[in-house]
Design a protein around this ligand. Structure first.
Ligand SMILES: Nc1ncnc2c1ncn2[C@@H]1O[C@H](COP(=O)(O)OP(=O)(O)OP(=O)(O)O)[C@@H](O)[C@H]1O
Ligand SMILES: O=C(O)c1ccc[n+]([C@@H]2O[C@H](COP(=O)([O-])O)[C@@H](O)[C@H]2O)c1
Length: 192
């Protein structure tokens, strides 16, 4: 089984994540894509970060109708902040016969050389990258790397930051968030 792993804060999950995950699940060399909800990205401030169980719940609501996508809360039981190499190592121990690839947006590839043990990640895993507008330039050493593949797919100028801004101002997020996620946010009065 070939599993693509899309790690993220998903604060909240939006249609950019869903388009990206579905594109990889149906066009890249993987059988399924799992969304890995990270409690705490080592590079991001934790203010405005919703509780991890709310973010996981929204991910579940968003992908419930898509058999090509799954999710995992594996990082909830690991030390924080969440280092991807540690999670990959743990997952590989749990599922020794599976082949795990890493999926990320281009903005994350631009800083990938600063991640913990990134060379080790590249040694054992393929990295599938979705282009993202406004991303910083990719460092020379990562451009044309044999383990890194940047796919050609429609650019999506959507971010969770932008959507949190709309929610805070009580503006419409219609078509930017999956309906069940928008309903959950409204019912629980999140991001106000
Ligand atoms: N519009 C997008 N285009 C390409 N990749 C994206 C897009 N949105 C998110 N991603 C990728 O999905 C993964 C998880 O992203 P994350 O949950 O941080 O969303 P985000 O919209 O970047 O959030 P924030 O605005 O809070 O930083 C990352 O690898 C990120 O690069
Ligand atoms: O392992 C690292 O050093 C590392 C550094 C920065 C980000 N990450 C992971 O990359 C994922 C994307 O983060 P985010 O917040 O942009 O969705 C998330 O799972 C982070 O834990 C991992």
């Amino acid at each position: 089984m070939r599993v693509g792993l899309l790690f993220g804060s998903f604060n909240p999950i939006h249609i950019g994540h869903l388009i990206l995950a579905n594109y990889m699940a149906t066009n890249a060399n993987v059988d399924t894509v799992w969304l890995v909800v990270s409690p705490q990205n080592p590079f991001k401030p934790s203010n405005s970060l919703l509780h991890e169980y709310d973010r996981l719940h929204m991910v579940r609501l968003a992908i419930a109708d898509n058999p090509d996508l799954g999710e995992t809360d594996i990082e909830f039981r690991m030390p924080k902040p969440s280092y991807t190499i540690d999670t990959l190592t743990y997952l590989q121990e749990q599922y020794p016969s599976y082949q795990f690839s890493l999926i990320m947006g281009e903005d994350n590839l631009a800083t990938f050389h600063k991640w913990k043990n990134y060379e080790q990640i590249l040694q054992y895993h393929e990295v599938l990258v979705y282009p993202r507008p406004g991303s910083a330039p990719v460092p020379e050493g990562l451009k044309n790397h044999p383990k890194i593949q940047v796919v050609s797919a429609p650019l999506l100028d959507i971010s969770a930051t932008f959507i949190r801004g709309l929610l805070k101002e009580e503006k419409s997020t219609r078509y930017l968030l999956p309906e069940p996620v928008a309903e959950y946010i409204q019912a629980k009065k999140l991001y106000l």
